[in-house]
Design a protein around this ligand. Structure first.
Ligand SMILES: Cc1ncc(COP(=O)(O)O)c(C=O)c1O
Length: 330
C-alpha cells in the first residue's frame, strides 16, 4: 500500500534517567507534600492531572537580599499564602497547611538553600491524580514549594515599551483572573509572546468589554493630574499584593489620592505617568504604549519616588515598613 508508514517497535531495556546534576537546581531543597526533599528527588508522575489540564494554583513571593545587613527579607509571605488559599477555594483544592506553617516552611527552605541573593519562591497546589478526565472535585492534591534566584523580571530602570494586546484578559465568567490558576497563564503567555515578538517589552491586556485590565503578569497604575488611577478589582485582574502595598505608599508617603475604577485604553495614551507592578515586576515604569510616548517619554517623577520608597521597604531599610518583611537568618 503506497504512502503507508511502517512503525517499527524496538524493544529496549529502559534504564532510569540520571537526574542528579541534570538541572542547576538539582541539589536545592524543595517542599513536596509535607517533606523537604532535594529537587531531583521531587518526582512528579507523567500523568499528573495539573500538567495536562492546568488544574493548579500558585503564588510568586520574593525574598530580598540586604548585603549591608547580611540578611534576607521575605516579603509578605502570609498575604501570598492567604491569596493562595482563596485561589484554591475557587478551584475546590485543599491547602492542608496553615498560612503560618507555610511561612515557617518557606523560611526553612530559604535557610537550607543558603539563599544569599534576591530569590523567588514558588508555592503550588495542584491536582496530582494520575487520571484521565477533566474535573476539579474529588481528586487528590499535592503541594510544592521551590525557590530560585531571581533578579529583575522586567526592567525597573529606564522604562519599558508596551503594546495593547490583541488577546483579551480571561474573564471572571470563564477563568477567574483573581485566582492565580496555572492554566490561565496561557492567556498571559499569548499576550507576552505577541508583545515581545513585535519588539515590545510587555503587553497590556484589555478585559472582554474593552476596559483596561492589567499586564501579562502585573497590575497597572496611571498618574493623571497628580491622582493615581488603577483598574478596580472587578476588571478581571489579579488582586495584586504589590498593588495594595503601593496604594498604601501613595496615600501615606506621597500624600496623593488613588482611585480604583474602570479605565479606557485611550486614557493611558494621555496620562502623565504609567507603571506596571507585581512581585516579579516590582515597579516598572512604562515610557511608551502603542508607539505613543507616555508623558515626556521618560520615567515620571512620582513613579521614581514610589520606586525608591518601595525598594527601601522591601529590603528592610524602612523602619515604618519592617512589618512587611520577615528576616530569614538569625
Ligand atoms: C496576572 C498578574 N497580575 C498581577 C500580578 C501582580 O500580583 P502581585 O503583586 O501579588 O505579585 C501578577 C503576579 O505577580 C500576575 O501574574
Amino acid at each position: 500500500m503506497s504512502g503507508a508508514t511502517t512503525i517499527v517497535v524496538v524493544e529496549t531495556q529502559i534504564a532510569p534517567r540520571p537526574r542528579t546534576g541534570a538541572s542547576r537546581y538539582a541539589d536545592t531543597w524543595v517542599f513536596l507534600d509535607g517533606e523537604l526533599v532535594r529537587y531531583h528527588e521531587a518526582y512528579l508522575p507523567p500523568m499528573t492531572h495539573a500538567l495536562h489540564y492546568g488544574t493548579g494554583c500558585f503564588e510568586g513571593i520574593r525574598a530580598y537580599w540586604n548585603a549591608s545587613q547580611n540578611q534576607l527579607y521575605l516579603l509578605q509571605a502570609e498575604a501570598h499564602y492567604a491569596r493562595l488559599r482563596r485561589s484554591a477555594a475557587i478551584l475546590r483544592l485543599e491547602v492542608p497547611y496553615s498560612n503560618e506553617q507555610l511561612t515557617r516552611t518557606t523560611l526553612e527552605i530559604l535557610k537550607r538553600n543558603e539563599a544569599r541573593t534576591d530569590t523567588y519562591i514558588r508555592p503550588l497546589v495542584f491536582i496530582s491524580a494520575e487520571e484521565v478526565g477533566v474535573r476539579l472535585h474529588g481528586l487528590p492534591t499535592s503541594f510544592l514549594i521551590y525557590t530560585a534566584p531571581l533578579g529583575e523580571y522586567i526592567a525597573t530602570e529606564g522604562g519599558i515599551r508596551c503594546m495593547t494586546s490583541s488577546w483579551r484578559r480571561v474573564s471572571d465568567s470563564a477563568i477567574p483572573a483573581r485566582a492565580k490558576i496555572t492554566g490561565s497563564y496561557v492567556n498571559s503567555a499569548l499576550a507576552k509572546s505577541e508583545a515581545q515578538e513585535n519588539g515590545f517589552d510587555e503587553a497590556i491586556m484589555l478585559a472582554h468589554d474593552g476596559h483596561v485590565s492589567e499586564g501579562s503578569a502585573e497590575n497597572l497604575f496611571m498618574v493623571r493630574d497628580g491622582v493615581f488611577v488603577t483598574p478596580s478589582v472587578t476588571e478581571d485582574i489579579l488582586e495584586g499584593i504589590t498593588r495594595s502595598l503601593l496604594m498604601g505608599l501613595i496615600r501615606d508617603e506621597l500624600g496623593l489620592d488613588v482611585v480604583e475604577r474602570s479605565m479606557d485604553r485611550t486614557e493611558l495614551y494621555g496620562c502623565d505617568e504609567l507603571f506596571l507592578c507585581g512581585t516579579g515586576a516590582q515597579v516598572s515604569p512604562v515610557v511608551e504604549l502603542d508607539r505613543r510616548k507616555i508623558g515626556s517619554g521618560v520615567v515620571g517623577p512620582l513613579t521614581k519616588r514610589l520606586q525608591e520608597i518601595y525598594f527601601r521597604a522591601v529590603r528592610g531599610e524602612e523602619p515604618r515598613y519592617r512589618h512587611w518583611v520577615t528576616p530569614v537568618y538569625g
